[in-house]
Design a protein around this ligand. Structure first.
Ligand SMILES: [Zn+2]
Length: 265
């Protein structure tokens, strides 16, 4: 039995969203440099595409409420409600006490991949982000400064004006855009394999609230081998933000969670 029966979950009007895609106007383009990160905003009701432009590359994505950075992507509950990997029609949820959809995936050119024979799939919400602390533990004290966690920290600090140590506390578990991952069948360990993403592929989402996004082009490149070094071929990623000419009829912005917060007191 599924842990979370989702029949009562208010699902997006995916057909309505996708109908808007016929008339989109590009309003912003951002390049996320290889082994580095960048921030950008997506207003409520706009679409955002993360585009593979030059070569197979994984992106580690953080999402914040642009008006309240304490509200941010909650991959744990996103996973519990959708599954280990997200795709067309899936909603990305924010942390408690807000816990609401903050983005909806409206197109995925890697939708064809599905789950492979090893149980691998793309766009997981199970990994955390490569980080220099784990690397330190696993490499007998090694120091590496371009893990996704550090890239995101630098970009977020620059965007917000926060000191690095404060900015780093806002960096959270990511949506692994384009990354191909799963769990080994025998030991249940997290594995990765070369991403099938190719130039021209993109993942697109609709912003249910005003979003501040921050994404790192992982030093692992296509994540076929290792991800805490400069060994892998690494490419930039392109981000495009689009304004639709209208919104679906009857659409309302995502509302913060209705629980009263008294916790039985
Ligand atoms: Zn990474």
């Amino acid at each position: 039995m599924l842990c979370y029966p989702v029949q009562a979950l208010r699902r997006p009007d995916l057909k309505g969203y996708r109908a808007l895609r016929a008339d989109l106007r590009l309003v912003k383009r951002v390049t996320v440099p290889a082994r580095d990160a960048a921030c950008w905003t997506v207003p409520t009701g706009y679409f955002c595409r993360i585009v593979c432009s030059e070569g197979a590359q994984v992106g580690d994505l953080n999402l914040f409420n642009a008006n309240n950075i304490n509200e941010r992507l909650y991959t744990g509950k996103t996973r519990a409600l959708n599954g280990t990997h997200v795709g067309l029609g899936d909603q990305l949820f924010s942390n408690m006490p807000y816990l609401r959809p903050i983005a909806t995936i409206t197109h995925d050119t890697l939708d064809w991949y599905g789950f492979d024979a090893f149980g691998g799939s793309v766009h997981d919400v199970i990994g955390t982000r490569c980080d220099p602390y784990t690397y330190n533990l696993l490499s007998e004290g090694g120091q590496y400064h371009h893990c996704c966690h550090s890239n995101l920290t630098r970009a977020f600090a620059e965007e917000t004006g926060m000191p690095l140590d404060e900015a780093s506390t806002h960096i959270h578990d990511v949506l692994n855009v384009f990354m191909c991952t799963g769990f080994t069948r025998d030991t249940g360990q997290y594995f990765m394999k070369a991403s099938p993403v190719r130039p021209g592929d993109y993942l697109e989402f609709f912003a249910e609230i005003d979003l501040l996004a921050c994404m790192s082009a992982c030093p692992g490149g296509d994540c076929s081998t290792e991800h805490s070094s400069d060994a892998a071929a690494c490419f930039p990623l392109e981000v495009e933000v689009y304004r639709p000419s209208s919104l679906p009829e009857g659409w309302i912005p995502s509302q913060v969670n209705g629980y009263d917060g008294t916790h039985g007191v």
